[in-house]
Design a protein around this ligand. Structure first.
Ligand code: IPM
Ligand code: MN
Length: 351
């Protein structure tokens, strides 16, 4: 019987819907070739809907999303909405309520893609960051006292449970087992954050014993930033906390050609996962057919791989690479092609 997948598509705001449209083009083309079927249902969460209706994302909508095999997300964010409302109300709510506890971000420099790092090429940059995705500073525990006075106090706690740490580390080791190098680097700050990272470090060494084939390494987060630029070939799998992961994956994205190519998955290995280009809404490019859809196409092959269609995923990645070879740049409006041309070319490459 033909495999069937139900996908919830959330184009979102800004250039989100444009890049998702190209990703969908590629998904449809590859599904025909690999003989599986996709049912796509579109949802209109985002800044535009919030401005019209005041709605962010309801519990009923989250419940509806739980019936899907995966979520394919464009971008959420709106210049007319104050910071935090859409991020917390939609993106983080989805990550939390669906317990997408892993943020999976491949950092791969493809051939013909510009990197600002001198003397490094596609042989040197090929690793993945496993970012814990629901805990730490993002837990949202904290508050104000004496707000607005000169004695004002604010706290925001970096909270981790042993369970959260263990499941993230285990995912990192499992990821390493599927890769050639089989190396996991813990990125932390054991010299200052001596409670939280002591927990991470102890759990890291204990779990490492279950994976004798995997080489282990530790770097402080600040040094990690240096190595990501000076010697990225040192890395295979980096595992880290939510906040550090947020920061280092933006740096990593720049080394792989920028937001036009970087994609990620918000993964719940036992539940519903969500795949997205990580570039945001790019309001200056909205509606101009100038934005690079490669990151959204990357999110599409990550999603296929997650669904178990690994041959289709690999083929879509190959087609993506072939088209990247023909592009002038990964930057918006400098690609040498329009957004829709890129989607057509990848789909063409597949057929
Ligand atoms: C990301 C984004 C989000 C985060 C924002 C938009 C809430 O920066 O996915 O990295 O901080 O996780
Ligand atoms: Mn981020």
């Amino acid at each position: 019987m033909m495999n069937q997948y139900k996908i919830a598509v959330v184009g979102g705001d800004g250039t989100g819907p444009e890049v998702i449209k190209e990703g969908v083009k590629c998904l449809e083309s590859i599904s025909k070739k690999h003989n599986f079927s996709l049912t796509l249902d579109y949802f209109d969460f985002g800044g535009e809907r919030y401005l019209k209706t005041g709605q962010v994302l309801s519990d009923e909508e989250v419940a509806a999303l739980k019936t899907y095999d995966a979520i394919y997300l464009g971008a959420i964010g709106h210049t007319d909405v104050p910071a935090g409302i859409l991020e917390k109300g939609i993106l983080l709510k989805l990550r939390f309520d669906l317990d997408q506890y892993i943020n999976y971000r491949p950092v791969k420099l493809y051939e013909n893609v510009y990197t600002p790092i001198k003397n490094k090429d596609h042989n040197d940059i090929d690793y993945v960051v496993i970012r814990e995705n629901v805990g730490g500073l993002y837990t949202g525990i904290g508050g104000f006292s004496m707000k607005g006075t000169e004695n004002e106090v604010a706290t925001q706690s970096m909270l981790y449970t042993r369970h959260q740490v263990e499941r993230t580390l285990r995912f990192a080791f499992e990821t390493a087992m599927k890769r050639k190098r089989k190396k996991v680097t813990l990125c932390g700050k054991t010299n200052v954050l001596t409670y939280v990272f002591n927990l991470w470090e102890r759990a890291f060494h204990e779990i490492a014993k279950e994976y004798p084939e995997v080489e282990t390494d530790y770097v402080h987060v600040d040094a990690c930033c240096i190595y990501m630029i000076e010697s990225p070939e040192r890395f295979d799998v980096i595992v880290t906390t939510n906040m550090f992961g947020d920061i280092i994956t933006d740096l990593a994205a720049v080394t792989q050609g920028g937001m036009g190519v970087a994609a990620g998955g918000n993964i719940n290995p036992e539940g519903v996962s969500m795949f997205e280009p990580i570039g945001g809404t790019a309001p200056n490019f909205t509606g101009l057919n100038q934005i690079n859809p490669m990151a959204a196409i990357g999110a599409a092959h990550l999603m296929l791989d997650h669904l178990g269609e690994s041959a289709a995923a690999a083929e879509l990645e190959r087609a993506k690479k072939a088209v990247i070879l023909k592009m002038k740049s990964m930057a918006a409006n400098q690609m040498g092609f329009g957004t829709d041309d890129i989607g057509d070319m990848v789909a063409q490459e597949l057929s």
